[in-house]
Design a protein around this ligand. Structure first.
Ligand SMILES: Cc1cc2nc3c(=O)[nH]c(=O)nc-3n(C[C@H](O)[C@H](O)[C@H](O)COP(=O)(O)OP(=O)(O)OC[C@H]3O[C@@H](n4cnc5c(N)ncnc54)[C@H](O)[C@@H]3O)c2cc1C
Length: 470
């Protein structure tokens, strides 16, 4: 590979080729993936991205786009051949425009989500996408994985928050689709091809995002509930009572609460007695009326009356609110202290969640007696992180060696219930084989044809989402 041509496009400061400096780009948060590359390109403009892709296209060089590298599915990692370059968007981090009246913002792909939040806030607006990786994840990565997070129930996934995109195609052509129109019925909506494509069809360089009125009040409660079925009744009750102000509804089991209390500093059991399950409800509003704390308390009272909830606490201060959210958000980290865990990031129709938990729980227990399911997540979106901790005292590696076998059993149940085997985080390299197993042949073939039409040389993120040589 002639790196000098690429270096001259990018200029000094526009690339990294020192192994020590490249290392953070070539390892991932969970250390699961490692890659090799001769060069990390760090373009600072759409034109530079275009020139890099045009050159790589002419030479057949694979290009792996990289944002904040928080994807956890190996999507932003080159393979081990050393024949692919990484294209890191971090230097393209300008908010190009904010139009508060039109409720839009145009931000470059390398903008970190918290910086986008801050820019919206400065304009008196809200950009509602919110997730635990928001201090690192970038707009380009978030859109390329169609990220979800804590507010999907109310505002939708990342793709629902986009009006227009600017994309550099594999041959270097720039598609300026940065429209801010809310109505545009002129044929195929091309932007949706690139969102969720995980960098396999082109490089997102900028996006026009939807803004919303700023939140002026919010209220949070944690309720002790008897079962996931009760959580679904609670969802229905809260939706009816709170309407659009219902922003999040999360669940976690008692074992998850115990892990957090045991391992995470400052976390305490918020209720006097233990409960089998917990539901975290968040309301938020851009209006001062009605008072959301009162509304949430009335939901809680009704939930107790209908035996949906046995006990609960409504946060009385911002600090208490943050404390309740921390119990839920610290769970992934707390689980690490309990040894190995095998993860599934699935969704099923909301009303099927209790049946899924029963079936999948029984199936994994049959395979590994003593396995400890810790299913938690965004019940309002039907998205459950079906995470399984190893049996107490078991050998960690022997447990993790059964990852694929367990995945297969759980994913077969998900498929049987018309669910998705990847509700967040995408496919990356992690679930390429699974896609072929669980999507219909027609759907996989359609995806291949689209890939072939847009990237006939196959240079964009080779081997991610779809197999390279099927
Ligand atoms: C602690 C933690 C919590 C998380 N919580 C959630 C959650 O609640 N919901 C959720 O959905 N996800 C979650 N994630 C996953 C992750 O944050 C999201 O997938 C995020 O969207 C990835 O953004 P990124 O910038 O880090 O992308 P990266 O990891 O760098 O890349 C992800 C994929 O997008 C491609 N890509 C990156 N930038 C571009 C671009 N500009 N153009 C084209 N392709 C590109 C990459 O090639 C790769 O395939 C979490 C991750 C962590 C570590």
């Amino acid at each position: 590979m002639d790196l000098d041509a690429l270096k001259s496009i990018l200029g000094p400061g526009g690339y990294i080729d020192d192994p020590a400096d490249m290392a953070p780009h070539l390892t991932e948060w969970r250390d699961r993936w490692q890659g090799i590359t001769p060069l990390i390109a760090r373009p600072q403009s759409t034109t530079e991205v275009s020139e890099v892709l045009s050159y790589c296209h002419s030479k057949g060089i694979g290009v792996v786009p990289q944002g904040g590298h928080t994807g956890l599915a190996g999507g932003a990692m080159p393979d081990s051949s050393g024949s692919q370059i990484v294209l890191s968007l971090g230097r393209m981090n300008t908010v190009r425009a904010v139009d508060a009246n039109a409720n839009t913002m145009t931000a470059e792909a390398g903008c970190i989500l918290t910086d986008v939040h801050a820019a919206a806030d400065q304009a008196g607006r809200l950009f509602p996408l919110s997730l635990a990786s928001e201090g690192t994840a970038q707009i380009g990565g978030l859109l390329s994985t169609n990220a979800g997070g804590n507010t999907v129930l109310r505002y939708g996934n990342a793709r629902d928050l986009v009006l227009g995109l600017e994309v550099v195609l594999p041959d270097g052509q720039i598609w300026n689709g940065l429209r801010s129109l809310r109505k545009d019925n002129t044929g195929f909506d091309l932007k949706h091809l690139f969102m969720g494509a995980e960098g396999t069809l082109g490089v997102i360089t900028a996006a026009t995002l939807k803004l919303f009125p700023k939140t002026v009040q919010s209220a949070t409660a944690l309720l002790g509930i008897p079962s996931p079925a009760a959580a679904i009744d609670l969802l229905s009750l809260a939706r009816t009572a709170a309407g659009d102000t219902l922003t999040s509804l999360e669940i976690m089991p008692r074992i998850g609460m115990e892990f957090v209390i045991r391992h995470m500093p400052g976390c305490r059991d918020p209720l006097v007695y233990p409960h089998d399950w917990y539901a975290l409800i968040d309301l938020s509003s851009a209006a001062t009326d009605p008072d959301l704390k009162d509304l949430l308390e009335s939901i809680f009272v009704r939930a107790e009356r209908d035996q949906i909830a046995a006990d609960g606490v409504v946060a009385q201060s911002e600090a208490q609110r943050a404390g309740l959210w921390r119990l839920r958000e610290a769970l992934s980290e707390a689980q690490r202290f309990e040894g190995g865990s095998i993860k599934h990031d699935i969704s099923v129709p909301i009303s099927s969640i209790p049946e899924f938990l029963d079936r999948a729980g029984a199936a994994v227990e049959a395979l590994i007696p003593g396995i400890r399911p810790v299913p938690f997540g965004h019940i309002g979106d039907g998205n459950i992180h079906f995470n399984l901790s190893q049996p107490e005292g078991a050998d960690k590696q022997a447990f993790l060696d059964r990852w694929e076998e367990i995945n297969r059993v759980v994913h077969d149940i998900v498929a049987d219930m018309d669910g998705s085997i990847s509700a967040e985080h995408g496919v990356g390299q992690l679930k390429v084989q699974e896609i072929e197993r669980y999507k219909s042949p027609t759907e996989v073939e359609l995806m291949r044809r689209i890939k072939q039409a847009i990237d006939p040389q196959g240079i964009m993120n080779p081997g991610k989402v779809l197999r390279r040589n099927p």
